[in-house]
Ligand binder design. Structure first.
Ligand code: ACM
Length: 529
């Protein structure tokens, strides 16, 4: 705000009339933008352009050129639209300088150019004929601006995932956390364990009401999964949009789909008959972490994940893992004694320790850091190397602070208000979705990341993330309705400095994104529009 006010004030001194920032409907709000009222760059059909920075910048530039009406003639330098390298800018930073005659876009890295193009695309959605004369400089507050999609409960499929990645790109989000396994479904092909998807991806009944209501049998099994080719396709699609994909294999809780597929390896009671979970909430039929074969199977799965997901982080879940079955299992009781603890959560950490040790034996290019939900803090995290990251969801601010105090990195994904699967209005007509609470766009917007964090712990906070759990969200249309526009509110928290954020200003800007949603045939919640 201060910088914008300064810019506005100094331009007023030059007797240049200036529009208020909300007239530039860019989301997330850029760090600094000043517009010259009444002056425009007219987009004609015969534009010239030059691009510095190599093939990946050229590909980004081409996405901008494809939005323009005529054919853009390339020059080796100069031209009307110029992509220029500025090594002083941060890895995701960019600047845009639009005069009546030229557009100059500067960045140090392809990602910065990509974000500049997203900004211009939002302006073009308002007016295809001209762009405002303006100067803009921008860079994100956080390096991690994430969205998690749960496909364990419902399977949305490749096309919907791509639509969501496009929305993330529009709002400059850069981390797609893909929750691929849960009690209700296993959604990723693992070649060494084909039953994970032959059995684990299909369920024969479905909950249509709240957890108190029994699942109803289905005529046909419900499910689906991604082949490894599908996964590669999505990861490449995301990469083209500067989004890293972090897979989550949620272990050792939330694993009934896997346990039902391989009870002889994974189950605490291998002789019991298991079926996929069809309720909401959790089951206590968790994996037997003290069985060396279960540990080996998890390592084998990690071996298949690593080449599919080049991003440096893998999420291994860790949330909501009841220990009741371990407490009556001989192997688990003995293993806990061996490690010298009486806290069953440490049995879970002992299992993670083995996985972490295993990954650390791999060559440099296959090293991955592990991310866990914050329940892992209920165990002795000293059992693990401190390069783990804690995703703070329940009591998020407190949990994140605890993680940071233990020397661990953390990501803020507060259940309230960043679980954007919950209702966004108390209107009686609101569709039934996962979670009992209601968080309006305003409530989501007004969450303040890193409130009261001591300065010495700042560097432990990697960023923010919205999560989406899909128990009661059977299709992409409802998914889109729930995330739009709330995902944009989270994106702004991840990007824009806190002292420049204002809900009323956000509403003014986001209202003007309806044409973008319409042009992409995206469903969105109408409440604030
Ligand atoms: C979670 O919401 N169980 C991470």
């Amino acid at each position: 705000m201060k910088r914008i006010r300064l810019v506005i004030a100094s331009m007023a001194l030059l007797l240049m009339p200036v529009l208020a920032k909300a007239t530039v409907p860019i989301v997330p709000l850029p760090v600094s933008v000043s517009v010259e009222e009444g002056k425009t760059f007219r987009i004609n059909r015969a534009l010239t352009a030059s691009v510095q920075g190599g093939d990946s910048v050229k590909r980004v530039a081409d996405t901008l050129f494809s939005m323009l009406p005529g054919k853009v003639k390339m020059k080796s330098k100069g031209g009307v639209i110029r992509f220029v390298t500025n090594a002083d800018l941060g890895p995701e930073a960019y600047s845009i300088d639009i005069t009546a005659k030229n557009i100059t876009i500067a960045a140090s890295r392809p990602a910065g150019f990509f974000y500049a193009v997203q900004t211009i695309s939002q302006l073009l959605a308002q007016n295809k004929e001209s762009l405002p004369v303006m100067k803009l400089t921008d860079e994100p507050r956080f390096g991690w601006r994430g969205f998690m999609l749960d496909e364990g409960r419902h399977f949305f499929g490749k096309d919907e995932v791509k639509r969501i990645l496009d929305v993330m790109a529009l709002y400059k989000m850069n981390r797609f956390h893909w929750h691929l396994t849960d009690d209700q479904g296993w959604r990723i092909e693992i070649k060494k364990y084909p039953r994970l998807t032959e059995v684990g991806a299909w369920r024969s009944s479905e909950v249509l009401g709240w957890d108190t209501i029994k699942p109803v049998p289905l005529d046909e099994p419900y499910g689906g999964f991604y082949t490894q080719d599908d996964i590669r396709e999505i990861v490449a699609y995301a990469k083209d949009r500067f989004i890293e994909v972090m897979p989550e294999i949620d272990v050792p809780g939330h694993t009934l789909a896997a346990v039902a597929s391989y009870p002889e390896i994974l189950a605490c009671e291998p002789k019991k008959k298991y079926e996929l979970w069809e309720y909401q909430g959790i089951t206590d039929d968790v994996m037997n972490v003290a069985n060396p074969e279960a540990v080996q199977m998890t390592k084998d799965i990690i071996d298949e994940l690593i080449p599919l997901f080049p991003f440096e982080y893998i999420h291994l879940g860790g949330d909501e893992c009841p220990t009741s079955k371990w407490k009556v299992n001989e192997q688990c009781i003995n293993r806990l004694k061996e490690i010298g603890s009486d806290n069953y959560r440490d049995l879970q950490l002992d299992y993670y320790r083995k996985l972490q040790d295993y990954i650390k034996t791999k060559p440099e290019s296959e090293q991955r850091k592990l991310v866990f939900w914050n329940e892992v803090l209920h165990g002795n995290t000293k059992m693990l190397d401190d390069d783990i990251t804690i995703m703070a969801w329940v009591g998020a601010d407190k949990a994140a602070l605890e993680a940071a105090n233990r020397g661990l990195e953390t990501i803020l994904t507060p259940q309230i208000p960043y679980y954007i699967n919950r209702k966004q209005s108390t209107d009686p007509g609101e569709p039934h979705t996962q979670g009992r609470g209601t968080e309006t766009v305003e409530v989501v917007y007004n969450y303040v990341p890193m409130k009261n964090v001591p300065d010495n712990l700042n560097s432990k906070y990697k960023g923010v993330q919205a999560n989406f759990w899909s128990e009661y969200v059977p299709d992409g249309k409802l998914l889109e309705y729930l995330i739009l526009p709330r995902l944009a509110a989270v994106a702004e928290a991840g990007w824009t400095p806190q002292d420049q954020r204002s809900y009323t200003d956000f509403v003014e800007r986001i209202r003007r994104h309806v044409p973008i949603y319409k042009s992409r045939n995206l469903n969105y919640a109408p409440h604030i529009f």
